[in-house]
Design a protein around this ligand. Structure first.
Ligand code: GDP
Ligand code: MG
Length: 162
């Protein structure tokens, strides 16, 4: 089955989207390698296509902190495993240094990467979201994981790429 990984720094809304995508409570926790933060797997389907979803911990590049290194490792695993990578950022915060570090790595990944600008809850945020073009990733969607707006278009594109 094809795998979709959701990556991005902490608090952008990855788990909120994940929970929305899997709907059914099929998430399982991966205790392998005793990682400090869990990876969650779930099953989803859209337009008749089934796929697995991985929700990852945050991603911090170039940190000496062991905890952050573990998270980093988990995301690298997700990148290896995934057929499509959803890179989530937060329109409320704008671009952070951490987003730029992740983007730099993802620009080198030879797999489809979709930039998902989350927390676009109102028209003003839709305007603010343009700045994320500066991350240099071609595919760009805006959404609100809490309300669900924009998730349909994102899913249409994800399953097209599977
Ligand atoms: P993660 O660390 O990337 O997994 O982020 P979470 O899914 O745990 O969400 C972090 C916080 O952002 C929570 O308080 C969510 O309720 C909030 N959040 C997630 N999606 C949205 C959204 O679309 N709009 C707003 N306003 N808040 C959101
Ligand atoms: Mg989370």
């Amino acid at each position: 089955m094809s795998i979709v990984a959701i990556v991005g720094r902490p608090n952008v809304g990855k788990s909120t989207l994940f929970n929305r995508l899997i709907q059914r409570r099929e998430a399982i926790t991966d205790a392998v390698s005793g990682v400090t933060r869990d990876r969650h797997y779930g099953k989803s389907d859209w337009n008749g296509k089934e796929f697995s979803v991985i929700d990852t911990g945050g991603y911090v590049v170039g940190s000496d902190d062991v905890f952050e290194a573990e998270i980093d490792h988990q995301v690298e695993l997700a990148i290896d495993e995934a057929d499509v990578i959803v890179f989530m950022v937060d329109a409320e915060c704008g671009i952070t240094g951490m987003d730029e570090d992740v983007a730099k790595l993802l620009r080198k990944v030879k797999k489809p990467v979709i930039l998902a600008v989350n927390k676009v809850d109102n028209p003003q945020r839709e305007q603010d979201a343009y700045e994320f073009y500066n991350l240099g990733l071609s595919e760009y969607f805006t959404l609100s994981s809490t309300s669900g707006s924009g998730t349909g278009d994102l899913l249409d594109r994800i399953v097209e790429l599977l």
